[in-house]
Structure formats: C-alpha cells, structure tokens
Ligand binder design. Structure first.
Ligand SMILES: C=CC1=C(C)c2cc3[nH]c(cc4nc(cc5[nH]c(cc1n2)c(C)c5CCC(=O)O)C(CCC(=O)O)=C4C)c(C)c3C=C
Ligand SMILES: [Fe+2]
Ligand SMILES: [Fe+2]
Length: 359
C-alpha cells in the first residue's frame, strides 16, 4: 500500500481539531554520535543551505560532519540539564500549558501536540498521533515569531512532505509569523520591564536575532524586515530612544556574509565606544536553547567583558511564562476560529433538538 490510511474509521467517531506546535529541534544527547545525524538532517535541508546540492554534499559529508559534531557536542554538554536539551524541555512545558488551556476552553474537541523540524519528536510521528485521535483539521504553529524560509518554510515543507504519504489529509492552517502581534510585543516588553525592576537599567538594550546569509534577504526573504519591525515595536512599547537600543544578528555559520551588524563584533566594539553595560534579549527565540544560553549567555558575555565591559545581563526568552502562553493561546484561538470540531454531530444534535421542539 502506497498511502497511509486511517485504520478502523467509523462514521460515528467525532471529528476533532488539532494544534501542532513546532520548533527547530535538538540532538537526542550532547554527544558527537547524536550530533552527527541531527546536523546531517538539519544541514542537508536545501531551505537552510542554499548551495547547489552536488557541491554541498561534498562539503557537508567531507568536512563539516567530520569537524562540527564533536565541537557542537561540547557546547551542548555545557547547557544540558537533568531534563535533557533546554529547547526540548521548554517546548514540552509550552505544549503542556497550551494543552491545558485548550482543554479548559474546548474540552475533547481540540488535541494539542508538538514536534521538532529536525530530530525527535518528529513531525511525521506527531501527525500520526493527531490522525489517530480523529483530527481532521489542523493548525500548525511553528514557534518562530519572524518568518524565514530557512525555518518557517522548511517546517511547511516537512508538513507537505508528510502529507504526500497520506491517503486522507487533514484541512490545514499554517501560521507563518507573529512578529508584530500586539500580545507578543507586550509579552516581550513586560519581560524587559520585569528585568529592569529587579536589576535596574543598562546603557543599552541589545536585541539579538539568529542571523541568515545576506543573500537570502537580497533574494526576497522578509526575515530581516520582520526582525527590525519587532525591534521597533518593542522599543516603542518601552519608550526607548534610538540610542537606547540596537538590533544585531548572531550565530553565523559558514564563510559568506550574513545579516549585519553581527552580535559578537558589536559586543567587542561597544565598550570602546563608551557603552559598558548592556542587557541582551533575543526576541526571535521563543524558547531558550544552545544559541541563547551558551552563545549569548556565555560566549558573548566574554567578548563584552574582555573588551572592557562592566555589566552584561541576558534577559531570558519568553519560554513558558504565563504572558507567552496567553499570547500563543490567543493566536491558536484566532486560527481555530470558524472551525467546528464535530460539525456533523452538532448539526445532527441541533436537528434533533428542533424535531423535539416541534413534536
Ligand atoms: C530562530 C530562528 C533560526 C533561524 C532563522 C536559523 C537559521 C539558521 N541556522 C543555521 C545553523 C545552525 N543553527 C543551529 C542551532 C539553532 N538554530 C536555531 C534557530 C534558527 N536558526 C535554534 C533554536 C538553534 C538551537 C537548537 C538547540 O538544540 O538548542 C545549529 C546547531 C548548533 C551548532 O552546531 O552550532 C546550526 C548548525 C543556519 C545555517 C541557518 C540559516 C541559513
Ligand atoms: Fe540556527
Ligand atoms: Fe551558535
């Protein structure tokens, strides 16, 4: 059989709505042997590395996968917790909070699940679980506030690719971005204000986003614009002047030019320009992960302090904060709007009620 079917379907079973939250993914353990398949899947994605496949195959398999797994494993080991990878642990907490909120609002009509674009738990397995529970309409919410082909469109590709193997595909709504959603901006602003209340203010607030090759922007990717818009809206919400904040891009990979200004070079330059205290927030990361905890929390702190900085504070991601869950729940509600779970059943119940009233 070529296409996966729905087993044991019965006409009386209720149709349900599904919500699938996704994030990037993470290795199963902080070891070289777990990093290798994770990095291979991630870096083989043509949405991530837009280089002719033939050339890239040799670079990836001949160079990168021989060097990077052990280097990255060390970095992952430094952030690993008793619950495993921070990204996975936080995504689990976000999922469980959102599942509770949906259960309170919709009962059994809505099923919430989560998946990772690369590694585990996989998107295919999550869609299997949703289909087995009778989900016929699904909202996919990738937890990337800013649209980027490398992340958002790649998640769409994985969903679409999964559907090519199914006989009965569900109706689909796919959230492509929420970078300017008022509740998201409010949640970020509250997070900064809370930090200010506890620690006071610094000379500058740095808003650091994951970078992408500049070529992707020139070829029409809206990611750069959406990052700048998030920064502007956050600055407005905090009544900041232009000099009070800065947008930068981190996590460069490879040799070509990426979006500038680079976070690491900025950190090295700021103290020389008289800025000796900074607070850093990463609005593009919905959950803390290697790139925030290690790269921003540790690596860039060192660059800044080494260059003469006096005070450096990382403001954590929104993670499973109540504000963030409220915001994501309102996004889910907006996207479920107009969809009824047991449409036929409720029509049947309505008809029965009407019949009862006329008899
Ligand atoms: C938030 C959005 C992200 C964009 C945009 C993005 C683009 C992008 N990333 C790489 C290469 C790597 N990224 C890695 C880790 C990583 N990236 C994101 C998010 C975005 N990436 C997250 C959340 C994480 C952390 C995952 C975790 O387990 O905590 C890595 C792996 C780590 C390492 O080996 O350094 C690589 C590699 C490219 C090339 C790219 C755009 C083209
Ligand atoms: Fe990345
Ligand atoms: Fe990094």
């Amino acid at each position: 059989m070529k296409y996966k079917g729905t087993e044991n379907f019965s006409h009386s079973q209720p149709d349900r709505l599904g919500v699938l939250i996704t994030n990037l993914g993470t290795p199963d353990s902080p070891t070289s042997s777990a990093l290798r398949p994770y990095l291979k899947q991630f870096l083989s994605d043509p949405r991530v590395v837009e280089v002719p496949r033939f050339i890239w195959w040799f670079i990836l398999n001949g160079v990168i996968l021989n060097i990077r797994p052990s280097r990255s494993a060390k970095a992952y080991a430094s952030v690993w917790t008793d619950e495993g990878s921070p990204l996975l642990a936080i995504t689990k907490a976000q999922h469980s909070a959102l599942a509770s909120r949906c259960e309170a609002e919709y009962g059994e009509d809505v099923v919430v699940d989560f998946a990772m674009r690369y590694g585990n738990p996989s998107i295919d397995a999550a869609i299997d679980r949703l289909m087995a529970k009778g989900v016929r309409k699904v909202v996919v919410l990738p937890l990337y506030p800013q649209y980027c082909a490398s992340t958002t469109a790649s998640t769409f590709d994985a969903i679409a690719s999964d559907f090519t193997s199914r006989r009965w595909i569900p109706e689909l709504r796919f959230v492509t971005q929420y970078h300017d959603h008022p509740a998201y901006i409010r949640a970020l602003a509250d997070k900064v204000r809370d930090h200010w209340e506890k620690h006071g203010r610094a000379d500058k607030l740095l808003m650091s986003y994951h970078g992408i090759p500049k070529r992707y922007l020139l070829n029409g990717d809206p990611y750069h614009c959406q990052c700048y818009k998030t920064s502007r809206l956050l600055a407005e919400a905090l009544s900041l002047n232009d000099d009070d904040y800065m947008t930068t891009f981190q996590s460069r990979f490879g040799r070509e030019e990426w979006l500038q200004p680079y976070t690491d070079e900025t950190m090295k330059a700021l103290p020389k320009n008289g800025v000796t205290s900074v607070q850093v927030i990463c609005p593009g990361f919905s959950a803390d992960c290697l790139e925030t905890i290690e790269e921003i929390g540790e690596e860039n702190r060192e660059y800044f302090m080494h260059a003469g900085g006096k005070r450096y504070e990382y403001i954590e991601a929104l993670n499973s904060d109540e504000n963030h869950i409220d915001m994501l729940f309102s996004l889910i509600k907006q996207n479920l709007h107009g969809w009824s779970a047991t449409h036929e059943n409720s029509q049947r119940a309505e008809r029965a009620k009407q019949l009862g009233a006329t008899q």
